[in-house]
Design a protein around this ligand. Structure first.
Ligand code: ZN
Length: 64
């Protein structure tokens, strides 16, 4: 088995997965595909549009 590093990548678009906190739940997933998995869960979930937009703002906004 030759895995590329220990970072997990999105199996849809190949981007590095990021970690977020969504309503006190720790999720790991892909911002591009909007696919998220909770810790210890093999099940993928999608965020609603409002949460997703807030996330994008967090990633792009930040320091003003
Ligand atoms: Zn992706």
């Amino acid at each position: 088995m030759s895995d590329v590093g220990n970072e997990r990548c999105c199996n849809q678009c190949g981007q590095e997965l990021i970690e977020i906190d969504n309503h006190d739940e720790h999720l790991t997933g892909c911002l591009t595909c909007n696919l998220w998995a909770a810790d210890g869960s093999a099940r993928w979930t999608r965020l609603n549009e409002e949460d997703l937009r807030a996330l994008h703002q967090l990633r792009h906004g930040g320091s003003r």
